[in-house]
Design a binder for this molecule. Sequence first.
Ligand SMILES: *[C@@H]1O[C@H](CO)[C@@H](O)[C@H](O)[C@H]1NC(C)=O
Ligand SMILES: *[C@@H]1O[C@H](CO)[C@@H](O)[C@H](O)[C@H]1NC(C)=O
Ligand SMILES: *[C@@H]1O[C@H](CO)[C@@H](O)[C@H](O)[C@H]1NC(C)=O
Ligand SMILES: *[C@@H]1O[C@H](CO)[C@@H](O)[C@H](O)[C@H]1NC(C)=O
Ligand SMILES: *[C@@H]1O[C@H](CO)[C@@H](O)[C@H](O)[C@H]1NC(C)=O
Length: 582
Amino acid sequence: MSYLNYDMNSIAAIALLILYFLALIGPAFAAQRFIVPWDTNKFGPDGPWQAVRITLGGDDKSKFIETQNVTQISAYPGGSWTSITFKKSACTEYPNTLCGVGGTWDPDPDQLDRQHIFYSPSWENKASGFYANDSRIVALGLTIGTTTVWNASLGSCSTGSITYPNGKVGGVPLGILALGAEDTKQTFTIRDTVGSAIFAALFPGQLYKDNAIPSYSYGLHIGSAAFDYPGSLAFGGYNKGRVIGPVVSFQNASTVDLLDIGIGVEAGASPFPFDKKDKLLSPGQSKVNPDPTAPYLSLPGETCDDLAKILPVTYDQSLKYYLWNVDDPLFTKIVSSPAYLSFTFPPGPGGSDNVIIKVPFALLNLTLERPITDIPKQYFPCVPYGDSPVLGRAFLQAAFLGRNWNAKTSWLAQAPGPGTARVGLGDQYTDISDGETLIEGYKGSDYFNQSWSGHWSIIQDYGTNETQQDKPNNNPHNPPSKGLSKAAKAGISVGAALGATLLLGVLAFYWRNRAARKKARVQELETRSQAVPYDQNGPPNYYPSQGKAYFNASSPRYELPDMGAQTVEIPDTSTSGARHLQ
Ligand SMILES: *[C@@H]1O[C@H](CO)[C@@H](O)[C@H](O)[C@H]1NC(C)=O
Ligand SMILES: *[C@@H]1O[C@H](CO)[C@@H](O)[C@H](O)[C@H]1NC(C)=O
Ligand SMILES: *[C@@H]1O[C@H](CO)[C@@H](O)[C@H](O)[C@H]1NC(C)=O
Ligand SMILES: *[C@@H]1O[C@H](CO)[C@@H](O)[C@H](O)[C@H]1NC(C)=O
Ligand SMILES: *[C@@H]1O[C@H](CO)[C@@H](O)[C@H](O)[C@H]1NC(C)=O
């Protein structure tokens, strides 16, 4: 009897030791969401907007990235496939504008010499007037924080422009950090060189393949530059403190149903002669594209006109923007009140009520600068647009946008206001698991109101101009700490008991299963991206329209049907594959 007791004790002791060891090294190998840092600068000329910080260049894995010739720039997060950057020369045509304010990048000539991809796509985004060409795709280092993805797919452009609504053309202020795609990488094949292909990685795709993040996904809230409310971007997870449920979900990243647009007031009296107005989306329900690389609410002209009839704005015929009548007392009253523009989407999975995302007018007091206007002007960002509507950054200041590429699911939800600490409801980065199609937000009707209190003034009565400054909430919305830590605690106490050995077995089983599922998913993606055969009789075709498809999912014309088309062939027979064909 006594020897048995002794044995059980030692088993428990060993199990405890193993558990302790696992707890120590666990975080080192467990896949966790990756958090992207933001720049503190604000960017125009139609913002202010915020952007993320990334480092470009480097191709030697054996050396520290800082010792290689690299450049740090700011870029707008958004779009898919290739990240787009601009060379210094792209700005020579556009002096005294905001061209290149986020930084330009001239790839190191030595690093370029070692490149074998000669593919020159162009990109356009009609909603933002963005056009980029004279590009070259390079597979070089892309570093975010302290993590480098080598051979990342980077478009380096010598020419780029933004055409503003009135036809004025300026240089491109910032490049674009792509957020992933239907594949984890892009494939470039060399003509006549059987079996030879060059891969260029997509940043979150590579992290996922490397098991550094739990899923091929992102969660984005761009925040508000005017309110000093920083953005939030994670790969393989999202910041729950930026999501107020219910969450809308949809499959096609560039298509979500918009049911209506309205005007409402969150608290107190209305600055308008009505409390609420609906049916402002003409001609009714529409498919819209939420696009963080585009600035405006690009909506049917009739919708902008209808809104303009209600708001103290004037359509400037030469600028082709709606300018706020800043001298009208109603302007100040509206943009400092709890009044908002509402966007109605269909119910999320399991829900029965439509989902309404409210964009306070406080976020729609944006500024035009050079090269659009010589003197800064406040504008209302509704821009008449003939194509399918685009909800750009003006909207996304108040909305969370996420996507799980493998699960083919995108999410849209109300984002909170700045809160007292300007961190929304408080940072709460949460993993998105592989294959996940649902994410959670804070549930409760008052989170939105609370997160804005202190930033807007409640109007007490109709007809009076008296406003009462809403008392700043001293209680920062410290969200209850998540169940995870409770679960972890429970795990530890179970481990302390004799069940430890059993738990280890379960854990091992779980990890093995997870790894197998993951492997299958990567394999599936890879099969889908097999090279398409090169047409021997065809011209040395670089699929010129294809490059547009990477970025401009908003323009149906350029959307490609399947992944095979993402393979680009380089018609070159030399072994190095290094010959320019243009
Ligand atoms: C880094 O690359 C730039 C880009 O052209 C080049 O002008 C510069 O000489 C390079 N610097 C070093 C230290 O190699
Ligand atoms: C980039 O890809 C090429 C092959 O396409 C490979 O030879 C090279 O080692 C890769 N570089 C790094 C740093 O992984
Ligand atoms: C509108 O925005 C401008 C620029 O950010 C700011 O100076 C101004 O105070 C804002 N107006 C109101 C009424 O909030
Ligand atoms: C919104 O918050 C304010 C305090 O900031 C409060 O007075 C008001 O009752 C709240 N309104 C709603 C609808 O919760
Ligand atoms: C996504 O929606 C766009 C615009 O409606 C459409 O052109 C495109 O074909 C769709 N993509 C897929 C993969 O269904």
